[in-house]
Design a protein around this ligand. Structure first.
Ligand SMILES: [Zn+2]
Ligand SMILES: [Zn+2]
Length: 171
């Protein structure tokens, strides 16, 4: 499989390289990064200071070959209908997903924030969304990357690896 990573220009190259290397390993595929995209004024909810993820995916889906996968990465905070925020969203039929790094930079008493923790969280969210693009749904196992994450605590508890059941779906 081939994954295209598209980023907004505020995304640090360290994160990008980390995602590129690790997604290639996890999904045994080719990962192309280096393309950028811009968020549109009309996708911003000014009062919330957040961008709506679904229209972004809809727009980006045509920017890659149909059979390939696209992962958009942005520092902007994202939301979707009915949700205060989303770490990411996947649009299975279009093979397009997006993750936001905006909420991955906080620490909490048991887990002080570090650069390494940030990279792990970014990879966890990226693997989760690409997992959805392969048709893998949410997993009841809290330590599996496909477990639904509602907080950084959930994200840190699971990490970027698949449980043995979900692993069966990988290429
Ligand atoms: Zn999910
Ligand atoms: Zn699982």
């Amino acid at each position: 499989m081939r994954i295209w990573i598209f980023r907004t220009t505020d995304v640090d190259s360290k994160v990008l390289n980390h995602l590129q290397e690790n997604l290639a390993m996890v999904f045994c595929g080719t990962v192309e990064s280096g393309k950028t995209f811009e968020l549109k004024e009309k996708e911003l909810h000014a009062a919330r200071g957040q961008y709506k993820s679904t229209p972004i995916l809809w727009r980006l889906r045509i920017l890659k070959p149909t059979q390939d996968f696209l992962l958009a990465v942005t520092e902007a905070d994202l939301y979707a209908d009915g949700l205060n925020f989303v770490f990411g969203e996947a649009y299975l039929a279009a093979r397009c997903a997006i993750i936001s790094l905006a909420r991955l930079k906080a620490g909490y008493p048991e887990k002080p924030f570090t650069a390494e923790l940030f990279l792990r969280r970014a990879l966890t969210e990226a693997v989760h969304e690409v997992g959805h693009l392969l048709g893998i749904g949410h997993c009841p196992q809290p330590t599996c990357v496909m477990h639904f994450s509602n907080s950084l605590y959930d994200t840190d508890r699971k990490g970027p690896t698949f449980c043995s059941r979900c692993q069966e779906f990988l290429p």
